[in-house]
Design a protein around this ligand. Structure first.
Ligand SMILES: Cc1cc2nc3c(=O)[nH]c(=O)nc-3n(C[C@H](O)[C@H](O)[C@H](O)COP(=O)(O)OP(=O)(O)OC[C@H]3O[C@@H](n4cnc5c(N)ncnc54)[C@H](O)[C@@H]3O)c2cc1C
Length: 495
């Protein structure tokens, strides 16, 4: 058991936590801080996910940071992204701030002491001990899903299956899928990238989905980047130009999907149909029931999934699971799928504040009864920020906006010789109509829908909302006030 005090403790060493560390060291005000992560190294998502074919679904000009040019192909492998993040830590001399294999299990705020007491489980091999540290300010960069536990639906008969279960979030070192009949359950980016990557080595792959997904297919090349590189344009310029283009392209795409859902839908489905053999049952397997703007559209590179289907390596089944059997799965429609290996690409479970137990002076915090202030702070919870990224375009685009805001907030704490800042709703609360953190009518992936009752609330009233509209927030958040009628500063001098 050890203990230490830090001005800022950042939880999570993924894209968000690394950016927080970068900003904290670049700030004119020197600050004592640590970044703590449960994993055994940095990278977050890009360390946890190692399944074959894991790659980005948005281009890395914007999934990467504004300050470090991306010089590779637009859609990069998980390993390439992990290398990029590791380089950011090395190039900026950040590694001394990072602590690994420490899981935050509880966070207690003391008004009297004006600080958080944080308890961590520290893992060393199979041995787990406890470590305590205190923090004046707690910055949660824990992402949005649980890294330790994937989402596992509970199907009848699961225990009877005689083959191997694999979850892409916990990809084994030796998966033994070569020459095997593999059933992949799920739809979405993970299934769509995994299946073409393993299809040729397996005896056969069946992709069983409950409902179809929208796909957009492209080459892994950006013509403008290629042209600019051919003109020996400096990488920093190319990076900035491609970032602006990506943000504008996605703004146009989002507007088109919302304004013209029917033609957009027809175009997306038509693009898929054109890649598949004549007479293929596109209506069943590739015609989604939701609107194109409701969820992220999966990107297929060079038509690899459709080519694997056309070759006969992959069979699509769109149906519900009735039961798992000793030899595979029987669907509600009566189809028996025999398999040696079942891969459950069934998504994530949302992580509410790292699944740590929070309390304020001993009173447990129920985050679902808090209201978010700008999608960063939470009503009545002092000195706590959460970096939640962008949903419709690269996560990192909003990460950078949030880091900038938090740094300004920390500067204001120091400048005003305060020890805490807390957003107080006051009498406003009774008049506000509240919804889950992300408005389900705007965006509704499974992990958000399943946990809607556990997340902080949001409203349609500025500043009490998480704004899914990055394009307006990108102009507003950089100048959003760190003092207003709701932010209450207390104490004298940061502890
Ligand atoms: C396969 C896959 C592909 C993706 N592709 C894209 C893409 O192309 N574009 C895009 O924008 N987004 C993509 N995403 C979303 C992706 O998660 C984000 O882009 C981004 O990597 C999230 O960064 P983060 O730092 O906020 O969180 P994460 O990467 O989730 O990192 C959070 C870190 O916090 C740590 N942590 C959590 N709780 C605790 C705790 N209690 N104590 C200590 N440590 C804790 C975790 O161990 C983890 O290391 C993808 C996600 C997956 C799974």
């Amino acid at each position: 058991m050890s203990s230490a005090h830090h001005e800022v403790v950042v939880i999570g060493a993924g894209i968000a936590g690394i950016h927080a560390a970068y900003e904290l060291t670049k700030s004119e005000t020197p600050r004592d801080f640590v970044v703590v992560d449960a994993l055994d190294g940095p990278g977050g998502t890009w360390r946890t996910f190692t399944f074959p074919g894991v790659r980005s679904d948005t281009e890395v000009f914007t999934l990467g940071y504004s300050f470090k040019p991306w010089t590779g192909v637009p859609y990069a492998s998980g390993q390439e992204i992990l290398d990029y993040l590791t380089e950011v830590i090395e190039e900026n001399d950040l590694s001394a701030h990072f602590l690994y294999q420490r899981r935050l299990i509880s966070a207690s705020w003391s008004t009297e002491d004006q600080r958080w007491t944080l308890n961590f489980d520290v893992r060393s091999g199979d041995v787990v001990t406890t470590e305590t540290m205190t923090a004046s300010f707690l910055w949660m960069c824990h992402g949005y899903y649980r890294h330790d536990e994937p989402h596992r639906p509970n199907w009848p008969g699961m225990e009877s299956f005689e083959g191997q279960w694999i979850h892409p979030q916990q990809w084994p070192a030796n998966p033994e899928i070569e020459g095997k009949r593999v059933l992949v359950i799920g739809s979405g980016a993970t299934a769509a990238t995994l299946v073409p990557s393993i299809a040729s080595e397996c005896a056969h792959v069946t992709l069983l989905q409950r409902s179809p997904t929208y796909y957009f297919q492209s080459a892994n090349e950006d013509d403008l980047a290629t042209q600019l590189r051919g003109l020996a344009t400096p990488p920093e310029w190319i990076h900035e130009i491609l970032r602006r283009k990506a943000v504008k392209d996605m703004e146009n795409t989002t507007a088109t999907l919302k304004l013209f859902p029917v033609p957009a839908r027809d175009a997306l489905i038509g693009q898929v149909a054109a890649q598949l053999p004549e007479g293929y049952d596109v209506a069943t397997h590739f015609t989604p029931h939701h609107e194109p703007a409701d969820q992220r559209i999966c990107r297929i590179l060079n038509g690899d999934l459709f080519a694997a289907i056309t070759r006969g390596d992959v069979t699509m089944v769109t149906d519900h699971i009735a039961t798992v059997t000793p030899s595979g799965v029987r669907t509600a429609g009566g189809i028996d799928i025999d398999a040696d290996v079942i891969i459950t690409a069934t998504g994530f479970d949302l992580s509410i504040f790292g699944e740590a137990a929070f309390d304020l002076n001993g009173v447990p915090v129920d985050f679902s009864s808090t209201v978010t202030y700008r999608g960063i702070l939470f009503s009545d919870v002092p000195n706590l920020a959460w970096t939640f990224g962008a949903l419709r375009l690269s996560w990192t685009t909003r990460v950078e906006l949030v880091s900038n805001y938090v740094l300004r907030l920390l500067d204001e704490l120091k400048a005003s010789a305060s020890t805490s800042v807390v957003p107080r709703l006051k009498e406003k609360r009774s008049s506000m109509e509240l919804s889950p953190f992300v408005d389900p009518s705007e965006f509704s992936p499974g992990y958000l829908v399943r946990s809607a009752s556990r997340v902080p609330r949001s409203s349609s009233e500025e500043p009490w909302c998480y704004d899914i509209d990055f394009w307006s927030e990108k102009d507003r958040l950089p100048t959003a006030p760190v003092r207003d009628e709701f932010l209450t500063y207390e104490g004298s001098g940061i502890a």
